[in-house]
Design a protein around this ligand. Sequence first.
Ligand SMILES: [Fe+2]
Length: 204
Amino acid sequence: MVQNDLFQEMLEAISRVYEAEADPQGPHTAKTLMVTPSPVSFDPVRPCCLAEGIRTVLAGSEHPAARAALKAHNLLPWGSNPVERSTEKSIAAMISVATLLGPEGPIPAPDVRLGLVYMRPESYYPLHIHDADETYVIIAGQALWTAGDDTRMRGEGDMIHHPSLMPHAFCTGSEGFLAIWRWSGDINTHSYAFIEGQATQLQA
Ligand SMILES: [Fe+2]
């Protein structure tokens, strides 16, 4: 059981990210986070997965959720990636996910999945698709980001939308990135798929 002011402060910081979002799921997500009863229960967390480099970037990030996430990172359920079974080990190892909201918990939410995603430095996560609408908000670090036909550097404070079935991929440099990640709409995990033949290495 987690009953910790730092965890609650992080949930509140994340909820504020979504309060002003135009997407109808935004205020819904914010409300779900804000009404979360304390304590939250999840399995004991694994040892900290954030490399020193991204922790340094987090400490210097201006994003309101960055400091809160840094303070709470040792309390989070890292290793709870809902689509880990759909990925090869080598790809799954590039990313650590701490799921906070979802049908399987730890915070019950039948129609949204939300958590933190850490992508390691010097990594390429290939093009993939899924039925869910997806929103990333980068709170520290950066990546060369492909969303459909749009490939460019994305960094701290950027909110990136992937409509249902839009191919997307990420390529990190020396820092990696930490982002808030959310699925809404049809949040099934079975549609998660990599796009064969298009997973060419991007040059950062
Ligand atoms: Fe995605």
